[in-house]
Design a protein around this ligand. Sequence first.
Ligand code: HDE
Length: 702
Amino acid sequence: MSERTTNGGEPVRYGEEEVRRGSGGETHQVTGGGRPPLTTRQGIVVADDQNSLRAGDRGPALLEDFHLREKLFHFDHERIPERVVHARGYGAHGFFETYESLADITSADLFQRAGERTPAFVRFSTVAGNKGSADLARDVRGFAVKLYTQAGNWDLVGNNMPVFFIQDALKFPDLVHAAKQEPDRGFPQAQTAHDNFWDFASLMPESTHMLLWAMSDRAIPRSLRFMEGFGVHTFRLVNADGRSTYVKFHWKPKAGMQSVVWNEAVKLIGADPDFHRRDLWDAIGAGDLPEWELGLQLFDDDFADAFPFDVLDPTKLIPEEDVPIRRVGRLVLDRVVDNFFAETEQVAFCTQNIVPGIDFTNDPLLQGRNFSYLDTQLKRLGGPNFTQLPINAPKCPMATFQRDGHMATDVPTGRANYEPNSWPGEEGGPREDPEHGFRSHAEAVAGEKRRVRAELFADHYSQARQFYLSQTEVEQAHIAAAFTFELSKVERVDIRRRMVAGLRNVDEGLAQQVCDGLGLGELPEALPAARARVDDLKPSPALSLLRNGPQTLAGRKLGVLVSDGTDAALLDALLAAAEEEGMTTELVAPAVGGVRTSDGEQRPAGQQVGGGPSVLYDAVALLVSADGAAQLAGHPAAKDFVSDAFAHAKFIGCGPDADALLAAAGVERGADEGLVDLGGPGDAEAFITAARAVRLWAREAA
Ligand code: HDE
């Protein structure tokens, strides 16, 4: 034990479980009790982390204070450039499990043995917003999967939509410039509702199909767990004989698809900008592990030749009804990151990371991506050795003659750093392996060197129409509303008009609704189409989100508004029924300290009513006492809790004493089957059963 004097003149002792004073007189714990000593980066134990080294009590700081200088120096350099797109993301660890051997179609090691597990890291993201933007922005979601296979890392860098805005990588910088904040004013943030985006989009008819997706509810998912993922491009699988099969990759969420409605998204952005990441973190923490099945659409040259579109065109998809999806494995996320920066930020995906048995096609977007991803990491992560970071390093044997560079952490041994060499054994380092090494599919390539697009790429409207016609009426209405919202934020009338003119090539009804919504007057003349539409495309039910909804509330969240005097038996019955369904539950109360229920018990709340709006929940219940209802009826946030849930077509469980609150919110008990009475025996179960539909869309149409 030792003593010393702070600048406050008070003696401080060092040792087990002791405290010392900072200049403000506050106390600080020092080492002991299992806590390791604080050190500098050089390992020197720090004696005082509260006061910099000064000449005299009130004198200047001294340059020799290496601890102060090192601490500030490191802090000054904590930030790295954010991703130029997909800046805001969230990752988790997990594994991929193969269902059956796919040796007949691919030699990819991870697909050889049924039941084998391959470690995985997944990063979900929004595209346009900056790193600090909100999770619920209307946007495409990135769905990037790194699979640490025994034959090297395979990155499947996909999105939650199966098509893309452009056909050629040359246009990507223009697309991203147009989508991000406008360069002169630096806004709007994380949204495409502005002139530049729609100016570009309306001048690029090839974006139409993707615009339909982006204006659909797919762009505002309820949870990262409840969305599909797509590899987008056509890839190849190559078997041991060198035979190639085309493939489109799909991730199918086990929990079913679900999105929010736009008005809900707007409110969620304020209520919880971290809604998606919190949801993922909470679900994994609670052991409700997010899971997707990997689906393959496999087809050959004959199919590709007969298909009315070019399978190399990333603005087109292949309907599942035409080429069924074969489910070949599952991806499970079972571990949150230990450190957001070290893992989620530093993870570097690259479309070029493929393994033997998988290969590229000539999709011009994919070809450009293959350059871009490696290149961008150099800027973002500062040097070529980002591959040595734990999150990026392969988990299989790795040996290369690549050497040195910034921040090399590998310590290669041996004399040879080149080959061929004549050093024997280990001294000579690794050698190529013609038998197991990666070989490109020997595709015959010939042609004139020209800047052109293949003719079939020119049909920009047929599949956009097919997508639109595949939606339910509710979804179609949401698409029209989204176009109207976004284009209403566009200041230039000619841009609004041009976009509506393009939509006429998709669907006259849609164009008319948007035209009316914008108050444009007469429908503008349709844009000329470069190629006639194929009009007999059958709707594809698989493209509808609502037709592929969950029909269960498992993994969903129930919010229960309570007050002092809430009937404890009713509350317990409801919570039990919800938990039985696999839901999580949260009490929302006038104060976060909770309420005293009818049995005299104090129940802590998860949220106070001002911070727990109903947009946070998939279904809500109002289990308030008569006094509580009367009090909450005068509380704006409590009224919004009810009226928002109603407006968002949610199921609302109405306790016997909730009338004053319902009335204040303008909601009539029993007005539709989404308002379910809770009071008698079996009501809780009946409410949960009814709410499995997740939304009562008929209410929206009414
Ligand atoms: Fe990306 N994209 N992209 N992209 N992309 C990036 O790479 C790019 C495209 C996708 O969580 C960048 O590391 C080009 C399609 C995801 O870290 C960059 C083109 C699809 C992520 C880049 C595309 C994607 C990115 C930015 C057109 C779906 C986030 C930072 C030719 C199939 C990965 C980075 C993560 C990230 C370039 C188009 C998905 C600049 C040039 C199509 C999920 O390299």
